[in-house]
Ligand binder design. Structure first.
Ligand SMILES: *Cc1c(COP(=O)(O)O)cnc(C)c1O
Length: 358
């Protein structure tokens, strides 16, 4: 039947997201969603937006949302692009800014969507190995390239770089776009948004899915020089005039305005992360230092895939990646205190029952 398919899609492999199960009382620590609900102001804005205006198309430019984001950073709306989740924003960035003669660069251990976009758009890429401690070494990226994509904090390691480390990279790579995926930045890293005015080649991508508890609403955005934003707007205008619907626009503005709720919930997630990291270390896990809302850890004596499956039997989902370099690790999203406590309890039981194996 594939004769009916376009040639260009025949070899494509889609990104595989963590499973979304509707099992009762499941503890879901596999897709880095926020364990806390969206702010009450968001829910109320959404309810208000459920009205007869839904017969009308939404604002194609999302002006109110762009303005809200620009105001937060003392920038102009022309420095802001908004899209249907940061995955869509990233997809447009790959096509609009990262397809050149030279290959683009990203880490060997990173967000597994990047190679998927490259395959979709026919973009050449090279991966740059993390060092033995799973750190990004920015000096490794200072070579001829068609662009650079770096998540900060990196996924799935959770480890972050400091802005001064990026500064040297941005200075050395002025002729290519450096796209920094800040999906998890609010949980403990410093954003590069303040560097946007200084570096016309820097694109910062953020999302409301994680730190704003809105994975279900699908809102992401990019901040950068107006020239980069114009390229994204052009591609978006050739693809979908209305990527953000009326509800998404209303909810996103309300979420960004509720600073207090944001600060409270992110502090809570950070506190739970530290507790979880400490408990897992005491169970013998090697825990990478996380600046995100998840923990990346391996146990020297236990098979990660087996532990994942045993947790699953106890109705706790965590994520395991088959990529060889990280196959010994589990990525565990930070849940509520109660969820973290139950995860640790379950883990203790599993490690005890299965005994230590080399
Ligand atoms: C979650 C995530 C995204 C995508 O988030 P959206 O829900 O599409 O906004 C992008 N990059 C990384 C590294 C992520 O973990």
């Amino acid at each position: 039947m594939k004769e009916l398919w376009s040639n260009s899609i025949r070899g494509l492999e889609p990104y595989s997201p963590g499973e979304q199960q509707a099992i009762d009382r499941l503890i879901k620590l596999n897709t880095n969603e926020n364990p806390y609900p969206p702010s009450a102001a968001v829910l109320s804005a959404l309810r208000d937006a459920v009205n007869a205006d839904l017969r009308l198309y939404p604002d194609p430019e999302g002006k109110a949302l762009k303005q809200t984001i620009a105001d937060m950073h003392g920038l102009d709306p022309a420095n802001v692009f908004v899209g249907n989740g940061s995955d869509e924003v990233l997809a447009h960035a790959f096509f609009a800014l990262l397809k050149h003669e030279l290959p683009i660069l990203f880490p060997d251990v990173s967000y597994s969507f990047y190679p998927v976009y490259c395959a979709l758009y026919g973009i050449k890429y090279e991966t740059v190995p993390l060092d033995d401690n799973f750190r990004v070494n920015v000096a490794d990226y200072a070579r001829p390239n068609g662009g650079i994509v770096l998540p900060n904090p990196n996924a799935p390691t959770g480890m972050a770089l400091r802005p001064d480390q990026f500064r040297s990279l941005l200075e050395r790579c002025r002729n290519s776009v450096v796209a920094v995926d800040e999906a998890y930045v609010d949980f403990g890293a410093d954003s590069l948004v303040p560097l946007v005015k200084e570096f016309p080649n820097l694109l910062v991508v953020q999302t409301l899915s994680k730190s704003r508890s809105l994975a279900g609403l699908r809102v992401g955005f990019a901040i950068g020089d107006a020239n980069l934003i114009a390229a994204l707007d052009l591609v978006k205008g050739c693809f979908n005039s209305y990527p953000l619907d009326r509800l998404a626009l209303a909810g996103a503005v309300a979420a960004l305005r509720d600073r207090e709720y944001f600060e409270t919930t992110r502090a809570q997630v950070v506190e739970s992360r530290e507790w979880l990291a400490k408990e897992l270390s005491m169970l013998g896990f090697q825990v990478l230092p996380s600046s995100a809302n998840f923990i990346f850890a391996r146990h020297p004596l236990h098979d990660a895939l087996e532990v994942q499956q045993q947790l699953r039997e106890k109705k706790i989902l965590v994520r395991h990646f088959t990529q060889q370099r990280i196959a010994g690790f589990l990525r565990i999203s930070v849940g509520t205190d109660e969820e973290c406590r139950r995860l640790v309890e379950a883990m203790r039981g599993i490690l005890r029952d299965s005994g230590s194996r080399p």
